[in-house]
Write a protein that binds this ligand. Structure first.
Ligand code: IPT
Length: 975
């Protein structure tokens, strides 16, 4: 008898490149603060611009980018997955490698993200079985997608020499529609699908709050949006908005992992009829960043992802009904890729954490005992965050108890230090904290060979350059601060080398020199020969950059060693050194005065964007240089004087129009959770039309008794519809910001002859499918179409045939380059009139600012040239003005075939539609097409339409390659 011996060896397949413990992630064994920003590849279709955005994120001191993948655009027809055109993810991965920034991939399958269907494909709306559960119909539905996208992500993992370090499973699997609850089977199966696709890096998930859902992932974490989304009250903060409870939530959910925040509010979305993204940028402005992000640092957060850092654009049909074309999000990097003040504030925080390794092994020591502690002032809360591994350094995060107050508080700090408990400032006076502000004061903090006993002035960065420690400290203008450093031997004396600031100094018993200063402008002082302090006010601190020359090898751009500190410039992207030359690249929007702190040997010569700088030297040895900005003037075409052509885009209402090629809407049942009320199912999605405008035609024979038509149409918030009886317009629901569904009654103009044949034509807007935030709700299946209808005055009238059309081809969409959501069902779109190269010679002359004089839809086309020189970044936007005289119309703006604007005149708020370079051809001809749907009998026009520069920046923007924009070709079978 033989005995079979099985030896089970546990093979740890988890890669050594990404590990973690209760404090932080480690990459290649090294702890790091992962400071990350959210970017969505599909919201920036110009793939060559990813690198620009990534370099900007990296220049802030961030080291990671988190991104969603939108299933619905990759698999618009079940089983046909395409990465064509802007959908190819490889340029996104490659840009991250070039910028030297890690990626966190979030492929869903559910993503939310204010994206149509929350990322689910349109065909999901007629696929049976509950989605976001372990129902096999759903598991089967996503299998192909996860396999395809998973393997693309897998090929770009850090283990394969790529930038991907983490992969998220699901998204906010946190809320469940009763009777459904968290489906552990689904959770396990989805993770397995990701593993099967080749994902080996740690799998994460983002609970909507620390509610301990889906804790079976490797590194659980949570989301937080403490200031909410009401951008119309941008100065209103909740009084208790600063949430200490998140720490306890984290400790309950996953005490063995770091405190990871996979989404923290970086802005806010804005909906139809909203107040606009400038207000969202105020709601989540620099004050918000200081208070709320520092509160996360008070809870030892070592993975922090800001949603969004660059929002981009809901071009085509990307949006769900809750948002409009812009997805600017009020983010640090605006939709036109310019930098908001928020960006510069983040740069201060990210750089501090990047040079504070002691932070990576901290614990908050006094959660819920923060009020009044260390300051004796109950109007303040101070969290003590101690390095419990190094057992030396402390971080004291001070903020207002009432987060919403604007009142200034003064205080002293009683802090335990290596020199005993000190009352700071030790030289007298008081510290102060503005309303809506927060500071991190450090204790026993190491900066090179310098030991700071404490510093109330916040640290921007420090570096040891040529054997000398340079520390950059900052505070609000006019604030009193104190910083003390240890010395041994004879007490040194600090002396001011430059600047208008004065200092007071005093030695402390135990061997420390305390220096008191007021932050304003820039002042430099020196202690012995080895220590240079630069103290600046906040806005001066904004001007500083810390850059690292690339090292060698595959991950050269990820280098964090050999920092070079440079003051000046709108944006500094990179430094490199070769022999004795330091090469800086960056962008300017005004003349720059640089101050460069770099090793002497490698900065004998300094170039900026390739041109040699004339160098000066400060008394304390740093380099100075001036560089005038070069902002060439350009001519932007005046759209109102161009030759415009126009054609009717609603021939469907003419007597001679044939709908023979339309889809017959003849289904008698639907799996849709919204149970059909009509005998023929009139949900556009059930017939494969999932985006843009939808047209319905109902053929009926009159009884002679009908006096009108009542119809209940569902399209999503801000949708509208118009109804024609034969060729006669009988009315519209023009839409408002609130209604996603509306029942309207439309009177017939005259009695219809008994037995006469008629057709009702209904044009409706489809605002995108709803999200599916609550798992088990199947809310994304909410149909778009006709929910119910009846004839007024005649119960017996029946529609003999309903027909429907949306975009040409439906799920077998025509334009594989611009993707499945770019075109809707307007006649002009089905014909390809929005595309470059369409021959409009036979069209009439007519401008969108002349418009149309009746209800209906018109198309307008023109072309123009641009000639914008290289070396600048001059973003452009199509700008409309708001009309009050002809209020009810909807327009779509197409640039070189890409739909980059959906304007609803009477709902708003968006009037400026940024169109990125690469969609716009900056050196050649461009085609602009405009659709205009007038919902009232009087017609409508655009009051104005202009192409405008939104900024002028001299730039080392990486070369922009125009996104392919295939020209019109015959569309076989177009109707
Ligand atoms: C959180 C989602 O995860 C994200 O996809 C996005 O929708 C974001 O919100 C808001 O912009 S959901 C959270 C606000 C409950």
């Amino acid at each position: 008898m033989s005995i079979l011996l099985f030896t089970f060896t546990y093979v740890d397949t988890k890669p050594s490149q990404v590990t973690w413990d209760e404090y932080s992630f480690k990459i290649n064994g090294e702890r790091l603060m992962l400071f990350s920003g959210e970017v969505h590849p599909y919201r920036m279709p110009v793939q060559s611009l990813h690198l620009d955005v990534f370099q900007k994120i990296k220049a802030m001191g961030f080291n990671a980018i988190s991104f969603y993948v939108f299933w619905g655009i990759l698999e618009p027809k079940r089983g046909e997955i395409s990465f064509e055109g802007f959908r190819d993810l490889q340029p996104f991965f490659d840009a991250a490698m070039k910028a030297g920034i890690y990626l966190v991939a979030r492929p869903g399958p559910y993503i939310n993200a204010e994206t149509a269907g929350g990322g689910f494909p349109g065909w999901g709306t007629y696929t049976p079985g509950l989605w976001r559960t372990s129902n096999t119909t759903y598991l089967d539905a996503y299998a192909g997608y996860i396999e395809a996208v998973g393997s693309k992500i897998a090929a770009n993992q850090i283990t394969k020499g790529g930038p991907v370090i983490l992969v998220q499973s699901e998204n906010e699997y946190s809320g469940f529609q009763p009777p459904y609850t968290e489906d552990f089977d689904y959770e396990a199966k989805l993770m397995q699908s990701l593993r099967d696709a080749g994902i080996t890096v740690p799998i994460t998930t983002n609970d909507a709050w620390p509610g301990a859902h889906y804790t079976s992932v490797d590194v659980y974490g949570y989301d937080s949006y403490p200031n909410g989304f009401d951008c119309s009250h941008p100065y209103t903060w909740l009084t208790d908005a600063v949430p200490e409870w998140l720490w306890g939530g984290h400790e309950d959910a996953n005490p063995d992992d770091l405190n990871a925040v996979y989404e923290f509010q970086g802005g806010a979305f804005d909906g139809w009829g909203g107040s606009g993204y400038d207000t969202c940028a105020i709601l989540t402005g620099p004050e918000f960043e200081r208070v709320f992000y520092k509160n996360q640092f008070a809870m030892s957060t070592t993975y922090l992802n800001l949603y969004m850092i660059f929002g981009g654009t809901n071009w085509g049909g990307i949006a769900h009904p809750g948002v409009y074309t812009s997805y600017d999000y009020g983010s640090a990097i605006a939709e036109d890729r310019t930098l908001r003040e928020k960006y510069y504030e983040l740069k201060l925080q990210a750089n501090f954490l990047a040079v504070s390794p002691a932070y990576l092994t901290t614990r908050p020591m006094n959660i819920y005992s923060t009020q009044g502690s260390f300051t004796g002032n109950s109007a303040l809360k101070t969290t003590q965050v101690l390095d419990v591994v190094g057992n030396k350094t402390g971080f004291y995060v001070v903020r207002q108890t009432d987060a919403s107050t604007n009142a200034l508080q003064t205080y002293t700090l009683q802090l335990p230090t290596s020199l005993g408990t000190l009352t700071i400032p030790t030289i007298g006076g008081l510290l102060s904290l503005n309303g809506k502000d927060s500071k991190i004061h450090v204790v026993d903090y190491t900066a090179g060979s310098t030991e700071l006993v404490y510093s109330t002035g916040e640290i921007f960065t420090w570096a040891t350059i040529d054997g000398r420690d340079v520390i950059v400290l900052y505070g609000n203008a006019g604030e009193l601060h104190e910083t003390a450093f240890k010395f041994s031997g004879q007490a040194p004396v600090a002396r001011v080398l430059s600047g208008t600031g004065t200092i007071k100094q005093q030695t402390l018993s135990g061997g420390a020199l305390a220096i008191q200063y007021t932050t304003s402008g820039q002042t430099v002082f020196q202690v012995r020969n080895t220590l240079v302090y630069i103290f600046v006010d906040r806005t001066t601190a904004y001007e500083f950059w810390v850059l690292h020359p690339p090292s060698n090898g595959a991950f050269a751009q990820f280098n964090t060693k050999n920092p070079i500190i440079i003051k000046g410039g709108y944006l500094l992207r990179s430094v490199s050194t070769s022999e004795s030359t330091l090469a800086i690249t960056g962008d300017l929007n005004s003349t720059a005065s640089f101050e460069i702190i770099a090793p002497k040997a490698s900065s004998q010569k300094v170039t900026f964007n390739g041109g040699t700088l004339t160098l000066g030297r400060t008394s304390y040895g740093t380099l100075t240089a001036k560089r005038t900005v070069n902002l060439p003037s350009v001519t932007i075409p005046n759209l109102s004087t161009l030759n415009w052509k126009t054609a009717d885009s609603l021939p469907e209402i003419s007597r001679t129009y044939s709908d023979a090629k339309w889809t017959v809407a003849n289904h008698t049942s639907s799996i849709n959770p919204v149970v059909p009320l009509t005998s023929a199912v009139l949900y556009a999605g059930d017939y494969g039309y999932h985006t843009g405008n939808i047209l319905w035609r109902g053929h009926f024979a009159a009884t002679g008794a009908e006096t009108g038509f009542t119809v209940d149409v569902l399209g999503g918030s801000a949708f509208g519809y118009s109804v024609w009886l034969d060729s006669t317009f009988i009315g519209s629901w023009e839409g408002d910001a609130v209604h996603g569904e509306f029942t309207g009654t439309f009177n017939f103009p005259a009695v219809l002859a008994k037995g006469s044949a008629h057709v009702l034509t209904i044009l409706q807007d489809h605002m995108g499918y709803e999200e599916d935030w609550t798992a088990g709700s199947d809310a994304f299946k909410t149909p778009r179409g006709i929910i119910n209808y009846s004839f007024v005055g005649s119960n017996s009238t029946t529609v003999s045939t309903w027909k429907v059309t949306g975009n040409l081809g439906g799920e077998s969409y025509v334009d594989k380059t611009r993707g499945p959501l770019n075109e809707g069902g307007l006649f002009g779109e089905r014909q390809g009139w929005h595309l470059p190269g369409f021959n409009d010679a036979a069209w009439a002359t007519g401008k969108p600012t002349t418009g149309i004089s009746k209800a209906g839809v018109s198309f307008f086309r023109t072309t123009f040239n641009l000639n914008i020189p290289k070396g600048v970044d001059y973003p452009l936007a199509l700008v409309v003005t708001n009309s009050t005289t002809n209020p009810h119309f909807r327009s779509q703006l197409y640039v070189n075939g890409y739909q980059f604007g959906k304007y609803i005149n009477h709902i708003g708020p968006q009037k400026s539609f940024p169109v990125p370079q690469g969609i716009l051809n900056y050196n050649g001809v461009n085609t602009l097409a405009v659709s205009l749907w007038a919902a009232g009998a009087a017609g409508a026009k655009l009051d104005s339409l202009a192409l405008q520069l939104t900024a002028k920046v001299e730039s080392t923007l990486p070369a922009v390659v125009n996104q392919p924009s295939p020209a019109w070709t015959t569309r076989p079978g177009a109707y």
